[in-house]
Design a protein around this ligand. Structure first.
Ligand code: AMP
Ligand code: ZN
Length: 434
């Protein structure tokens, strides 16, 4: 379903014309209103009049999360404080939170883009959208909420928590679309199992899952368990919140980034050079229309690809590939780079394992070592130690073979790894604690 037929199918030249105009206007705005950017422009020796095309983008400076922190809380806002009508904050496990601000127009754009995103998941005004992203300073809950309302759907603002009660509400209210993190979807499913509610018997048909990395293997697992289409939605608070990019149900192959509002690039995270379409690197986003907190070339730290080839759904906006990891989540184990998602893929290809896992990183004698703890499924749980040990050794061998690292593998009892209501904590880095 195309929510905004005209904008979602703009020909490439028209997208670029809109982007060029908006990019120039953005430079004028930040140069006039944000001292941080004016200083950067002056240092580089450029003025907004030098930026007239998408091809001029590389002339502009990057913005990093640290820049937001250095100007905490409101230093990068581009409008008078009285024009900001909402604040959100990104939790951030390390350092200060980052604060983001929205004008009334920003909130309207955000709702439009989430409505577009839900539309590309096949949702319409006839749907019941159950929002189990947390409501509050985190952008997930309210972002999904206002988008679903904009679409005209009936919203069930459940937020996180009271998991078993939520499953009952989903059944009784007839939820057809579920918005939450993929790990929380599995938690809901599990609570359903315990309460004797089978998701496959419910009217639920689509999941709009994001806010944390997940894999194709996890998608297959959720789709099979819940009997739904599980789709990927991407966003980050600095750039807007959920709904920056969204998969289409027709192709399920990459997330269309709303290019009339966001200008994406992929760069080499080390050199900062732009990479060609299809190459893997760090996603950088310039916000073309945001008023409250406009950002030039924001370094997301998310590792992915950009694909400009036509999609069979008819949308013309480029697609970002599944996020392979964050450059700051990448583990370097004795010189080998590994992302948690690579380990997840191996685990889920192994019969009898569940998607509940954690990676514990420690340092012994100055060498990093990792232990992967993963729950076995109820039906495979066996207290016969020798059998378990054989399986552990098998998984360890696969990790060594496919990723080139030695990881200790420990199979743990069903339900022993803590469930999360928001973003799952996959890595426990004990090196930071010592
Ligand atoms: P926050 O600003 O707290 O909402 O966090 C944003 C971050 O969540 C992004 O930079 C990504 O690292 C992660 N994220 C959001 N959506 C996805 C997704 N669909 N797949 C993988 N990671 C995601
Ligand atoms: Zn598509």
């Amino acid at each position: 379903m195309l929510y905004d037929l005209e904008k979602e199918t703009l020909p490439r030249e028209e997208i670029e014309t809109i982007q060029a105009r908006r990019l120039h206007d953005l430079c004028v705005r930040v140069y006039a209103n944000v001292p941080f950017y004016r200083k950067r422009f002056d240092e580089i020796g450029i003025t907004p009049s030098d930026i007239n095309s998408v091809r001029d983008l590389h002339l502009l400076p990057f913005t990093e999360k640290q820049d937001l922190r250095n100007h905490y809380p409101y230093g990068l806002f581009a409008v008078p404080r009285e024009n900001i009508v909402r604040l959100h904050a990104s939790s951030g496990t390390t350092g200060k939170a980052t604060v983001v601000g929205y004008t009334a127009r920003d909130l309207n754009t955000w709702a439009e883009l989430v409505a577009r995103s839900l539309g590309s998941a096949g949702a319409t005004a006839r749907d019941f959208v159950h929002v189990a992203y947390g409501y509050g300073l985190f952008t997930g809950g309210l972002g999904a909420h206002y988008g679903a309302e904009k679409l005209g759907a009936t919203v069930i603002p459940a937020s996180g928590g009271s998991t078993r009660r939520q499953v009952v509400i989903m059944r009784d209210f007839g939820a057809t679309v579920l918005c939450c993190t993929p790990s929380y979807a599995l938690h809901l499913w599990e609570a359903g199992q315990e309460a004797g509610i089978d998701f496959r018997d419910l009217p639920l048909r689509t999941g709009v899952f994001g806010a944390e990395p997940w894999t194709e293997a996890m998608r297959a697992d959720i789709e099979q368990k819940m009997g739904i289409d599980a789709l990927n939605i991407y966003g980050l608070s600095e750039v807007m919140g959920p709904g920056v990019a969204m998969e289409c149900v027709e192709a399920k192959c990459g997330m269309h980034i709303h290019e009339d509002h966001f200008l994406p690039e992929i760069i080499d995270p080390v050199t900062g050079e732009q990479l060609a379409p299809g190459e893997t690197g760090e996603l950088v986003i310039t916000t073309l229309t945001k008023e409250g907190l406009p950002l030039l070339r924001y370094r997301t730290r998310d590792i992915t690809t950009l694909d400009y080839t036509p999609c069979r759904c008819g949308r013309t906006h480029a697609r970002i590939g599944r996020i392979r990891g964050r450059s700051d989540d990448m583990l370097i184990i004795r010189g080998v780079n590994v992302f948690p998602q690579q380990i997840e893929t191996i685990l889920l290809e192994t019969e009898g394992l569940t998607p509940y896992y954690q990676i514990i990183v420690t340092r012994e004698n100055n060498l990093d070592s990792i232990e992967v703890q993963v729950e076995v499924s109820e039906s495979f749980f066996s207290d016969e130690i020798r059998k378990l040990q054989r399986r552990e050794a098998g998984i360890q061998k696969n990790i060594k073979e496919f990723l080139g690292i030695t990881a200790k593998v420990r199979l743990v009892e069903p339900r022993s790894i803590q469930r999360s209501e928001g973003k799952a904590q996959r890595i426990v880095d004990k090196r930071l604690l010592s």
